[in-house]
Design a protein around this ligand. Sequence first.
Ligand code: NOJ
Length: 546
Amino acid sequence: MDKKWWKESVVYQVYPRSFNDSNGDGIGDLRGIIEKLDYLKELGIDVIWLSPVYKSPNDDNGYDISDYEDIMDEFGTMEDMDDLIKEGNKRGIKILMDLVVNHTSDEHKWFMEAKKSKDNPYRDYYIWRDPVNVEEPNDLRSTFSGSAWQYDETTGQYYLHLFSKKQPDLNWENEEVRNRIYKMMNFWIDKGIGGFRMDVIDLIGKIPDEKITANGPKLHEYIREMNKKTFSGKDLLTVGETWGCTTEIAKKYSNPDDSELSMIFQFEHILLDQQPGKEKWDLKSLELLDLKRALSRWQVDLEGTGWNSLFWNNHDVPRIVSRWGNDKEYRVESAKMLATLLHGMKGTPYIYQGEELGMTNVRFKELEDYKDIETINMYNERKKQGYSHEEIMQSIYTKGRDNARTPMQWDDSENAGFTSGQPWIKVNPNYKEINVKSQLKDENSIFNYYKKLIKIRKSNPVVVHGKYELILEENKEIFAYTRTLENEMLLVMCNFTGNETQFAIERKIEFKFKELLISNYSVNENDLVDRIKLKPYESRIYKFIL
Ligand code: NOJ
């Protein structure tokens, strides 16, 4: 067993804008998070991944940073930030900063200087190219629609932006840029943070002229350099956001020799419900067998050679209960089943705010109610391409990022207790039914189920270190697997459908019943584990002795 504190931890992601507003301006803030630390302690999490709180003009809700060493006005002050770190540490909760260094805001002083002239000392901090035949240097596209190149009148060149035009890409080839970033990272490390979540880190080795964006040739060289010059030997949690990653690449990133990062977020499972080779808006339903194959491959391939993150949700993806569960008659059961499936696996689990309540997607009627730049740009682009309003809205209801960004539902009072003012984005109208206050009181709530899953992880090393094996591989309704460590074995079974279904196994090895660790229905004590009729979305974890 290679023990590390971050393998035993559970991380909770806070999207500050939508978490808790302490001053009534309709926008969540740092004081608001401090007010809720005891709630998070009650849930049992160890780490908060804080989406960006730095100074930002908010073109992309803080993922466009204009000063890495200052705090966004709406969120508070550096003193509030220091207090959050201190108050978190007091409760055994570490703060993970969101490190957005693939790009800055165009309002960052480096870019403001860089665009002044071709010979400005900051010019080479960014990626500039001459026009080709009076047009963009090539056809690279921005994730937020349109070309990834923006023409700059003053100097007659284009700059690269893989996201919005207000997010110019930094030039990692430039050593001075890298050293400025490392210095900034050390500024935060010295404040006592628990580590970094690294935004689209797989893009920093890009070669735009060859249209290579992810996994460029120097990517791992840069990460190893960053490791040496910043967090090496400091026992922090570092997690890279890596969209186009394979298990082979993941072994480099999360090599147990600590030369790069602790772990990565990989998105293979997240891409399974879109049409292959198309965009996320091109919908397709999920095949359970695809999900089993994808998740299992990562479990098996990284065994002993790397480390996984486990997640269903974040601020960029729709709510899991609406996506692959049933957010109507089986909302509670399916939210618990999905939690069981994920938290039983090997890796560090991440919970996104509101997931522990089974918060759902939202369906705003008007486009004006949507705030996300990706959603709005896509709407306009597809409208021009001839898609109907209804078609586009269907994609937004299913995949839009604002599904995850509606305010946290604290109670059944106006605006779900998120703010006393006018929220920056509308609250999901189901807050009267789904909220923290009611779930804290109900011992069968989704919140209390998550709490129990976290406790199980803390008291059973097999959950952290056990070897994974998929069983019932070809079953299209049940996702089941075992985890084994020394003489202990867990059996995790999840009915992925709204029907009853029969779980049946032939024992290849002998095992003795020890206990039922958790289940989302009341269970007949006399059930023979080899033959169980599972109810809609039923899930159980059994523990056995071998
Ligand atoms: C990934 C972040 O998670 C997303 O929210 C953001 O828009 C892009 N990176 C650009 O920073």
